[in-house]
Design a protein around this ligand. Structure first.
Ligand SMILES: *Cc1c(COP(=O)(O)O)cnc(C)c1O
Length: 223
């Protein structure tokens, strides 16, 4: 199977209202261009520097999503062009994104990363802390960011019952947060599901899937 075949096969199975983020981390620009030429315009990267390098090399009608953990001191490098930041998990980070977005006279869309995995290693905040954050006075003053939804990563396990439980929890959290009234918060996106579990994620209410290895092949971190 080549990359274009992989992409087309996945696209043919996705419902119309589910957005595909092609996760291209560690992959060369030539691989990304193959999917670009097949029509893909949304790419997800988890390292800011790598995303900046690819942004500079590739066509400018691409939408770049930052899907990894964001270090505050690197926000400035992507603020000019990033289309959606998935992994927002603190007011401190939101303030930095807001400040840098303002510098470019932009409003940057963000997702709140909710901790849904039972294992400890994952980033994200609790549903309760997210509610408090989005209702806070400080948040309401951030006019150069917009919260457009939630993102979550399930436990890395073969136990699909566990994964299903976590996805359902994220969807439930989204429904609860959706009612928050703020000019900089309009929830519409549930970003969940990767190569191994995106079909289950869609069944549980995902509107945005982040798929890497099923499109580009396994990643090799040694080169
Ligand atoms: C790498 C990554 C993905 C894609 O993983 P695959 O299993 O290769 O599809 C999705 N989401 C995040 C946050 C990632 O870091």
């Amino acid at each position: 199977m080549n990359i274009t075949d992989n992409l087309n096969k996945i696209k043919s199975t996705l419902p119309k209202d589910v957005t595909l983020v092609a996760v291209s981390k560690t992959k060369p620009v030539s691989d990304l261009m193959e999917t670009y030429n097949a029509g893909q315009r949304i790419f997800g990267e988890n390292k800011i520097q790598e995303m900046v390098d690819k942004y500079e090399e590739m066509p400018k009608d691409i939408q770049w999503h930052m899907i990894g953990h964001v270090q505050r001191n690197k926000v400035k490098y992507m603020a000019e062009f990033v289309n959606l930041i998935h992994g927002v998990d603190s007011l401190k980070l939101l303030k930095e994104i807001n400040k840098r977005a303002k510098g470019y006279d932009r409003v940057i869309d963000c997702l709140i990363q909710i901790k849904i995995a039972e294992e400890d290693s994952k980033f994200g905040i609790s549903a309760k802390d997210a509610t408090a954050l989005l209702n806070s006075e400080e948040f309401s003053k951030l006019n150069n960011i917009k919260i457009v939804g939630v993102m979550g990563m399930a436990t890395f396990t073969d136990d699909m019952k566990q994964v299903e439980k976590e996805f359902k929890f994220l969807k439930f959290t989204f429904e609860a947060l959706k009612d928050i009234e703020a000019s900089n918060c309009k929830m519409k996106t549930v970003s969940m599901g990767m190569s191994g579990d995106y079909e289950l994620a869609i069944d549980c209410g995902s509107t945005m899937v982040r798929i890497g290895s099923s499109i580009f092949g396994e990643r090799n971190y040694n080169n």
